[in-house]
Ligand binder design. Structure first.
Ligand SMILES: *Cc1c(COP(=O)(O)O)cnc(C)c1O
Length: 396
């Protein structure tokens, strides 16, 4: 049986996404900056997509939508912009959390080397930060607060609306990496008090290599890429029209069916959680309820996440130990460490992330295979032996 359960890493493009993209390649292949008819047709398609996305996000104006190459670029631009314009006013302090995506964390690390002071809020053991924590951390010299909407490894959802309200009251710009939230849970930039938001099409069955930076009117943006006057002078380079058009269509379709899809995924997710919880010395990571519909993350004591993944792949189950960027390195996930899990526990992690393509039979297959593989790996693990003989204490 083939089970793709790694939708937090990327999703398969939907039929609509594929069809719209191919159709756009044929129909609107001009350069939107050209003044002739072919160019203007492309321009019209581009601006149509911008209007659609602005409406779907609850933005005031299409002028608040900037197309980027994806979530990473949008995160980089949002943070760099707030840092650049904050520094001009003598504000060089940025607040974020310890479990952000690397696109955020690594940008902040760079800024730290450039003289910014970064406060990374501790994440509660349930994988959530509170608006209260943000409020306490804000200082007169705070240039930006950036907190992710939903975590990519454990799926927990942050109280973005309250955090946004705290930032607005303090007059501090607020950015959220909403890559794992958009098209999965309701997101509305106005109701949620968001100044800047990042999204990426390939996390909701759209094409890879395209995303959006939403920036509320009045938010100052700095360029990452210099060149032509595309995207109101804030992001040079001829626009990727087929991908942009496809992203907008896909977003519209995914949002229209989001509630129905979630109604089918949530029972599958809950069955997974219930089944995997029966494995001895296991732990569900992240709050049981404050989570996106599709993502489940477990730790199994005494095993290596990488070995588990490879053995599951042999059984047709494709999953992840965390973010795609950390798989392949032997360091445990920074997200799980941020929850306060010890290294040896964080090593044995498994992330299963579902989409509407997953079926109950597939969940049954996962629940038949994972306990067997975990038991096998524990049998051959010297760490497990030490735990079982009492030489080392069980942590889970
Ligand atoms: C995937 C992801 C990103 C990066 O998006 P890309 O489009 O792949 O650059 C950023 N943040 C989160 C939370 C993600 O899940």
């Amino acid at each position: 049986m083939f089970v793709y359960a790694d939708n937090a890493a990327t999703t398969k493009m939907s039929q609509t996404a594929q069809k719209t993209m191919i159709e756009a390649m044929e129909r609107v292949w001009g350069n939107p900056s050209s003044l002739h008819t072919t160019g203007q047709e492309a321009k019209e398609a581009l601006e149509g997509a911008r209007e659609t996305i602005a409406r779907l996000l609850g933005a005031d104006s299409p002028r608040e939508i900037y197309f980027t190459s994806g979530g990473s670029e949008a995160d980089n631009q949002a943070i760099r912009s707030a840092a650049f314009y904050g520094a001009k006013k003598g504000k060089k302090h940025i607040i974020s959390t310890a479990f952000e995506h690397h696109a955020v964390l690594h940008t902040l690390k760079k800024l730290e080397k450039e003289g910014f002071e970064i406060t990374l809020l501790d994440v509660h053991e349930n994988g959530v930060v509170t608006a209260e924590q943000v409020k306490e951390a804000i200082r007169p010299d705070t240039a930006l607060v950036t907190v992710m909407y939903a975590n990519n490894e454990i799926g927990t959802v942050q109280p973005i609306r309250e955090i946004g309200a705290v930032c607005r009251a303090a007059g501090v710009p607020f950015h959220t990496d909403a890559v794992q939230a958009v098209c999965h849970i309701p997101v509305n930039v106005k109701e949620d008090n968001i100044d800047m938001l990042s999204l990426s099409a390939h996390k909701f069955h759209g094409p890879k290599g395209v995303g959006v930076l939403y920036a509320k009117r009045g938010t100052l943006l700095a360029n990452l890429i210099e060149g032509g006057a595309q995207e109101r002078g804030k992001r040079a380079g001829t626009e990727n029209i087929p991908a942009i058009v496809s992203m907008a269509e896909t977003m519209q379709e995914e949002l229209a069916k989001m509630d129905a899809v979630n109604a089918s995924i949530i029972p599958l997710r809950d069955k997974l959680i219930a089944g995997l919880s029966e494995i001895p010395h296991s732990r569900l990571n992240g709050d049981r309820n404050a989570r996106v519909p599709g993502t489940v993350n477990f730790c199994f004591e005494g095993i290596e996440g990488e070995s588990l993944l490879l053995m599951l792949d042999e059984e047709g189950i494709q999953a992840s130990s965390g973010s795609a960027c950390t798989s392949g390195s032997l360091d445990p996930s920074h997200v799980l460490l941020a929850l306060g899990l010890p290294h040896e526990v964080a090593h044995g992690s498994l992330r299963l992330s579902l989409s509407e393509e997953n079926t109950e039979e597939q969940i049954d297959h996962i629940l038949a295979v994972v306990p067997k593989v975990v038991a096998y790996l524990r049998d051959i693990s010297p760490v497990w032996e030490a735990l079982e003989t009492g030489e080392r204490p069980h942590l889970l």
